[in-house]
Design a protein around this ligand. Structure first.
Ligand code: NAD
Length: 457
């Protein structure tokens, strides 16, 4: 394929070299004349292991060339890949002027072209950029049926220093399209990335744009976490390196999908208690650990947000599905659902609660003392069946029995508003459009996606 690569920095130069290695003819474009000259001679514009050799090979095979003439580059190629810089502005936003300028230049050039052309955005951008900047600049509406000009977002995940290996072995190749489905560009995209080992994963534009940054934010969080643990360990005469070496060997809970779904705040008998203990130690040792210090506050904010989502629904009769800190247990200690229930009762809501494990525990006496002494105001609100829970309510808060509850709600003549804390609605598509937030087009679902994050120790 004939490909123009816009921006010959770390991402553009590596992308161009790898595409040439894969047999494509690549025309590099940059606004910096020295980069155009170097790249045009098969020389790297950045320092990166193995890049020199790859470029040399591509150059000798006559697959690499460069130009400063963006319009000519578009007219001479079938695909344009945007890899220009998106640096931080002072206020933290990204400076998208190079992305905008490049897309507009490509858009203008495409008006003079009749053959099909695919534009790929590889730069890191905030969600909404494709819809608000790139599609208008290219003069297309993004509909999957658009035939002459195609556009997809394919964020780059390479790391400098291991860029070529990362290019060929990404965890996934994320492809953003208008509706998140493979569209008319699928064949070209597959051909371009068929030498990379990661699976092609099609998602809506915004998810592709956002996920790239979310990955980097998580990496930053991990570094800060490891450094804070290392600092505290040093103060306690513990070898933090050895400790973290062992920490990362736990692939079941530590380095895994566990605890990584949006849902309820954390709670239970262990997570809050142990976090408080570690913070106490850090105070005692005069170690400032801002990330760990912020965790409890974040959890508290999330709890209040969750209460607001319920009260924003408007009705006064609320049904709460679950009370213990996670399903399958009657443990009520520091359960976020207990806190939510108490907030609602405190505000005068008419509350019903369904939690068979807590109810059984109350009846058998196993945990009766705790329930009667610590949460008598809640135990009187327990109902024993889902039918009772759903009877004459305005709002249903789903945390546990979502499939069963949503199915029952769908059959009701006058369904309550549903605050879904337990996950996306099965079989219901999440719609993302240009201006609004992702939303469920379901009559009863009124809230955020993904499973509950209740598992404690
Ligand atoms: N560097 C990384 O490790 C990395 C990894 C993944 C993603 N990214 C993202 O990829 C994008 C590019 O990053 P980079 O590190 O390669 O940036 P860079 O600054 O090294 O390169 C950007 C290049 O774009 C050129 N440019 C600017 N305006 C242009 C225009 N209008 N037309 C053509 N060229 C233009 C610049 O001259 C420069 O050579 C950024 O959004 C970045 O966040 C970077």
């Amino acid at each position: 394929m004939r490909i123009s690569v816009f921006g010959l920095g770390y991402v553009g130069c590596v992308t161009a070299a790898c595409l040439a290695k894969d047999g494509h003819r690549v025309l590099g474009v940059d606004v910096t004349p020295s980069k155009v000259v170097r790249f045009g001679r098969g020389l790297p514009t950045v320092v990166e292991p193995r890049l020199d050799a790859l470029l040399r090979r591509g150059y000798r095979a006559r697959r690499l060339s460069a130009t400063a003439d963006a319009r000519a580059a578009v007219l001479a190629t079938d695909v344009s890949i945007i890899c220009v810089g998106t640096p931080s502005r002072r206020d933290g936003s990204l400076d998208l002027s190079a992305v905008r300028e490049t897309a507009e230049t490509i858009g203008r050039a495409l008006t003079a072209k009749t053959s099909r052309h695919l534009v790929i955005l590889r730069s890191t951008v905030p969600p909404g950029t494709a819809e608000s900047i790139i599609l208008p600049a290219l003069g297309i509406d993004g509909a999957p049926t658009e035939r002459r000009i195609g556009f997809v977002v394919v964020p780059e995940f390479l790391r400098e220093g291991t860029a070529i290996a990362d290019y060929y072995h990404p965890s996934f190749v994320l492809v953003g399209s208008a509706d998140g489905q493979p569209d008319g560009n699928a064949r070209t995209v597959a051909e371009l990335f068929n030498s990379t080992r990661g699976p092609l994963t099609w998602v809506p534009y915004r998810e592709a744009e956002m996920l790239k940054s979310v990955c980097n934010v998580f990496h930053a969080l991990k570094v800060a976490f490891a450094n804070e643990i290392g600092t505290l360990c040093a103060a306690l005469s513990i070898d933090g390196h050895a400790l973290m070496e062992r920490f990362v060997t736990d692939r079941k809970l530590n380095l895994s999908a566990a605890y990584l779904r949006p849902g309820l705040p954390f709670g239970g008998s262990c997570l809050p208690k142990d976090l408080r203990m570690v913070l106490h130690l850090s105070n005692r040792e005069n170690c400032d650990l801002p990330v760990l210090r912020a965790v409890m506050g974040s959890n508290e904010s999330h709890l209040l947000r969750t209460v607001e989502r319920i009260t924003d629904c408007g009705g006064r009769r609320v049904a709460l599905d679950g009370l213990a800190f996670k399903s399958g247990t009657d443990d009520l200690r520091e359960s976020p659902l207990v806190r939510i229930a108490e907030h609602l009762l405190g505000k005068g809501y008419d509350l019903k609660i369904y939690d068979p494990a807590v109810e059984a525990s109350r009846l058998t006496g196993a945990n009766r003392q705790y329930i009667e002494e610590r949460v008598p105001h809640l135990s009187s609100r327990l109902v024993t069946t889902l039918d009772e829970l759903l009877d004459r309510i305005d709002v249903l808060v789903v945390a546990r029995h979502r499939a069963e509850l949503l199915e029952r709600v769908a059959r009701l003549g006058r369904p309550p508003r549903v605050v879904d804390l337990a996950g996306p609605v099965p079989g219901v598509e999440i719609v993302v459009d240009a201006v609004s937030k992702p939303r469920y087009p379901h009559a009863v679902a009124a809230s955020a996606p993904a499973p509950v994050n209740l598992e404690g120790a």
